[in-house]
Design a protein around this ligand. Structure first.
Ligand code: FES
Ligand code: FES
Length: 164
């Protein structure tokens, strides 16, 4: 294996070129090489969802993905979800707003992964009921047990009846 590989990724809309050992995970590339520490490392084994990011709009566990495998891809992390309007005012993503409104976190460690996963869930268009949301979000563990509020926040943004 070469000691370092050159990887080009578009991260939150900006093209970045990184020189990485080929075994560097996407999670470590984000946190250690780009200082994007919003994406969290929980288990580092694909079991908790804390490291969820969007790759070309699809949610993945970045701890299970080598950065070199995503050459040329467009990555969105929690830092890239909000936008800045013409008055330089930050506009949170609707899911970020809903998580705040619904108190959908306690310690907050799982929250970036929950929100990125929920964006991916919306892109998939498969969830029609709150039970679907629960099932399709089951890869994102919350040790604080904020699940009911997380489901409420996502249901509101997806306009799914809370009692479905
Ligand atoms: Fe990736 Fe837990 S840190 S799934
Ligand atoms: Fe603490 Fe989810 S808010 S782990």
């Amino acid at each position: 294996l070469p000691e370092k590989s050159l990887v080009t990724l578009t991260i939150n809309g900006e093209k970045k070129q990184l020189e990485l050992a080929p075994w560097t995970t996407l999670l470590d590339a984000l946190r250690e090489y780009l200082d994007l520490t919003g994406t969290k490392k929980g288990c580092d084994h694909g079991q908790c969802g804390a490291c969820t990011v969007l790759v070309d709009g699809k949610r993945i566990n970045s701890c299970l993905t080598l950065a070199v495998m995503k050459e040329g891809a467009s990555i969105t992390t929690i830092e890239g979800l909000a936008t800045v309007d013409e008055n330089a005012t930050v506009q949170l993503h609707p899911l970020q707003d809903a998580f705040i409104q619904h108190d959908a976190y306690q310690c907050g460690y799982c929250t970036p992964g929950q929100i990125c996963s929920a964006v991916g869930l919306m892109n998939e268009g498969r969830a029609k009921t709150t039970d679907d949301i629960r099932e399709l979000m089951s890869g994102n563990i919350c040790r604080c047990g904020a699940y009911p509020h997380i489901v409420d926040a996502i249901s509101e943004v997806m306009q799914i009846d809370k009692n479905s």
